[in-house]
Design a protein around this ligand. Structure first.
Ligand code: NAG
Ligand code: NAG
Ligand code: NAG
Ligand code: NAG
Ligand code: NAG
Ligand code: NAG
Ligand code: NAG
Length: 749
């Protein structure tokens, strides 16, 4: 009895010392979804490597095969020197034969959707693979693990590529799909047996499948980046290629040298969907990465197959994996060079490009026949890092880059050598830096970079990698998730950055940093975080290594029947998935070791962070009642889609916003704001979707109505698509967002 008492007392003491109240430090909640879905208590039952906010307000999460290993495999210390794990899809096993498609589907089928209003978590079937036009009797693999994703202007989400094989190399697939959110919002997910592969030709159940095949890219992409253009096209770049028919002798870590364009207009209007894709090869384009000689003395790591072509290519720069890239004026895309190199990691780091180079990519030509040119950007302050995170900062106008792993030799090989007498693989060590890109038309290279070494903290425990920087409605920035290393040393406290401006000129001065209360779960590699329409932050996924799956073919172990009138989804059978493996060396696994360092290989529990702004002024919260137009419009202003109201905004137009529950009074120094935030699209420590636009407005004769004017999309660089419109009251508390579509080409939301 007394021991229990002491523990309770200690916990209470720690709580009081470490935790600030929610008004200062925010608060956390563990997500325990309603029981009609596929979650089991607080366990979502799946890893979530990718997360996208849909215009319906739902969070779509996906992880595909998640690089699970198929058991039985050798582990340490059960075996002194286990073989490196080979993942589930191996080239020599010819896994994409049509007759194996059902088993393939079972291994990749990890997609889900969380509804923050109803607190439901449903599983959604993974998209159905299509026949491979270049390879008879085979389907085109479409594993969404390490896919790229971004919204197109109608709010649907384009997924490009992902995993092809794990062995002999990690390679990318060519498949692309659109996720149709309107269809999604019309489905009673509690009735859907998500375990069964939707048939491509099933017209009766057409309304039950929100996935739309949207063509094959020219070559595979494992870790692709997407950037939206103002004309609605998406630019796709980067990623490892695959073993693609018609292309011979690929080598390990071979990068895709094609820039591809997806055109939603052609996709919607053409019967040949493949016409929506155009491509430009930039392998020999001047001033670009592929013609920048950065390492003339490159030597491959012994034991890695590197042909003469591989050696030559590795002397030059390439697109980074998950390149963190931003649209600038005049269809110029700035490549910050942050993103991933660690997937090309070899123990001596020979296969990691060490360079300070950045690039501007200029998109020209026509929609049917685009062109791509490059010009050199300014050098980064230090050699480029892996898995720092960047934002396009609305307060300073700079691109900010927080943390990340240096690529210098040795830093990739940090191990924890204290645990039970042997070493555990931790990945690469992050940093505490802030690098800032100051864009300037007048400087050579279009600007310059600066460096602050200890921005995220003074102590080594503050080092971060695999974290996110989230733009909040209040124009604050939340640094959240991540760890000291890829696979070890989670950093559980967010940092809230509050911008400070010169009171006279309004010029940005600095960020005030406040440490927030800590979350519960470790959010290591493969975690996700994004802003919800209600102002909270969704956090899920993450893990230290790769789970083991004892997979039994469907022909030997058919699925149980689902009672569709029960009103509940069938639960996942995860008895065959083992989460207690740890990497003790890159690729090799250990099992059965418990201790303070042990976290599951996949984290299936989601959390929500409530930022301090939600606690301002008690329960009161300003609400957006409606929007209206000032002058008559030549398009349909509002629509109701599955019970929710949506508005369509165009450039250079005036609208009214009608509010309720405003604060009684405010001090003079504080003022209210109106912002648009683009819907998040997060994976691997970067949200390529988010973007904050400050709207100017004026008061009207009604104290609850403001009149705002939209900027010119082309000048303010507002890519067509769905945005959350937040009103932030004069006390600094945001409303719940109104979903709007900002799209000059569209005639209805
Ligand atoms: C919603 O689903 C029903 C069938 O379940 C279908 O008839 C209807 O057309 C769908 N609506 C939309 C907008 O997809
Ligand atoms: C589905 O339809 C396509 C074209 O209409 C056809 O080529 C394919 O064989 C069909 N697949 C199945 C599984 O029936
Ligand atoms: C390297 O390539 C050769 C010939 O293709 C093959 O036999 C060998 O297994 C490969 N080695 C590795 C480590 O992939
Ligand atoms: C930066 O890259 C250069 C060029 O490859 C290399 O010589 C140097 O060692 C790197 N510096 C660090 C600190 O890694
Ligand atoms: C930073 O914010 C804290 C509140 O979180 C406040 O107490 C402090 O005065 C601020 N510091 C500066 C320099 O603005
Ligand atoms: C299916 O579920 C319904 C509703 O819960 C229930 O009445 C019915 O007995 C179930 N059928 C079977 C076969 O379990
Ligand atoms: C945003 O807009 C408001 C209202 O027009 C203005 O007061 C404020 O200074 C702007 N903030 C920034 C960061 O531009």
């Amino acid at each position: 009895m007394s021991r229990i008492f002491v523990i309770i007392f200690l916990v209470k003491t720690i709580y009081c010392q470490e935790y600030q109240n929610a008004v200062e430090g925010g608060s956390w909640q563990v997500v325990v979804p309603e029981i009609n879905g596929a979650a089991i208590g607080k366990s979502l039952g799946m890893q979530t490597v990718h997360a996208v906010l849909l215009p319906s307000g739902d969070v779509l999460v996906a992880s595909g095969s998640s690089w699970r290993n198929r058991g039985p495999i050798e582990t340490f210390p059960q075996s002194d020197d286990p073989k490196g794990s080979e993942g589930v899809f191996q080239l020599r096993e010819d896994p994409f034969q049509m007759e194996k498609i059902d088993d393939y589907f079972q291994l990749v089928n990890n997609v889900g959707v969380y509804n923050p209003d109803k607190n439901t978590f449903f599983r959604v079937p993974h998209p159905t693979p299509v026949p491979d036009p270049k390879w008879s009797d085979h389907f085109a693999p479409n594993d969404l693990f390490c896919t790229g994703h971004l919204h197109i202007s109608d709010g649907n989400v384009l997924f490009v590529g992902g995993t092809q094989y794990y062995h002999p190399y990690r390679t990318g697939n060519r498949a692309t799909y659109l996720y149709d959110w309107r269809k999604h919002a019309n489905i009673s997910w509690n009735e859907v047996d998500w375990r069964r592969m939707p048939s491509l030709n099933d017209t009766e159940n057409e309304f039950q499948n929100p996935w739309l095949f949207s063509g094959l890219m020219e070559r595979g992409r494992w870790y692709a980046s997407l950037v939206p253009l103002i004309d609605g096209r998406l630019v796709v770049m980067g990623g490892f290629v695959g073993f693609d028919h018609g292309y011979t002798d690929m080598y390990s870590f071979e990068n895709n040298d094609l820039v591809e364009f997806f055109d939603p207009q052609i996709f919607a209007s053409s019967s040949d969907k493949q016409l929506a894709w155009t491509k430009v090869n930039v392998k020999s384009t001047l001033n670009g990465p592929f013609t920048n000689l950065i390492n003339p003395t490159f030597k491959p790591t012994p034991g890695i197959n590197c042909t003469a072509r591989c050696i030559k290519d590795n002397q030059y720069d390439v697109f980074k994996l998950y390149e963190q890239a931003y649209l600038m004026a005049e269809n110029r895309i700035y490549l910050t060079r942050e993103g991933d190199w660690v997937s090309a990691r070899t123990h001596d780091t020979a296969f990691m490009r060490k360079t300070k180079a950045t690039y501007h990519m200029h998109i020209g030509g026509t929609r049917q026949s685009p062109t791509v040119q490059f010009s050199p950007g300014p050098s980064r302050a230090e050699n480029i890092t892996s898995y720092g995170t960047t934002i396009n900062d609305p307060n300073s106008g700079r691109i900010l880059l927080f943390g990340g792993q240096p690529t210098s030799p040795g830093t990739q090989l940090y191990r924890d050598d204290t645990h039970q007498g042997y070493q555990r693989y931790a990945g690469g060590r992050g940093s505490r830096k802030l690098e800032e890109f100051f864009s300037s038309y007048y400087e050579a290279g279009g600007g310059h970079w600066s460096l602050k070494s200890n921005f995220l903290g003074e102590e080594s425990q503050d080092d971060r990698t695999m974290h996110y920087a989230i733009l909040l409605p209040t124009s604050q920035v939340l640094i959240i998730n991540g760890a000291n290393y890829d696979f070890y040393g989670s950093v559980n406290y967010p940092i809230l950055l509050t911008p400070k401006f010169d009171p006279v000129t309004g010029v940005f001065l600095y960020y005030n940093k406040t440490r927030m209360n800590e979350g519960v779960e470790a959010r290591l590699y493969h975690n996700v975080a994004l802003l919800l329409p209600d102002g909270r932050i969704w956090i899920s996924g993450g893990g230290s290594a790769r789970a083991l799956i004892h997979y039994t073919s469907l022909s030997e172990q058919p699925l149980s029947e689902h009672n569709s009138s029960s009103g509940k989804q069938p639960l996942p059978d995860n008895s065959n998935v083992h989460l207690d493996l740890q990497m003790f060396d890159d690729g090799r696994l250990s099992k059965g070791t418990q201790g303070s360092l042990t976290v599951p290989t996949e984290t299936w529990v989601a959390e929500i962070f409530n930022p301090p702004y939600l606690y301002i002024d008690g329960q009161r919260r300003a609400m957006i009642v409606a929007l209206s137009y000032v002058k008559s419009l030549d398009y349909q202003f509002e629509s109701i889609i599955s019970g929710r109201r949506y508005y369509l905004l165009h450039s250079n137009s005036q609208y009214n916003i009608h509010l309720s529950d405003l604060p009684k009074k405010c001090s003079e120094s504080k003022s209210d704001k109106l912002v648009l935030i683009k819907l998040g699209s997060a994976t691997h420590g970067w949200d390529g979707g988010q973007r904050l636009i400050n709207l100017s407005f004026k008061e009207t004769s009604s104290s609850t109505t403001l009149q705002f004017t939209t900027p010119e999309a082309r000048i303010a660089l507002i890519a067509p698509g769905f945005y959350m419109l937040f009103y932030i009251d004069c006390m600094g508390k945001p409303s719940i967002a109104q979903m709007i579509r900002f799209d000059d080409q569209a005639k209805m939301p």
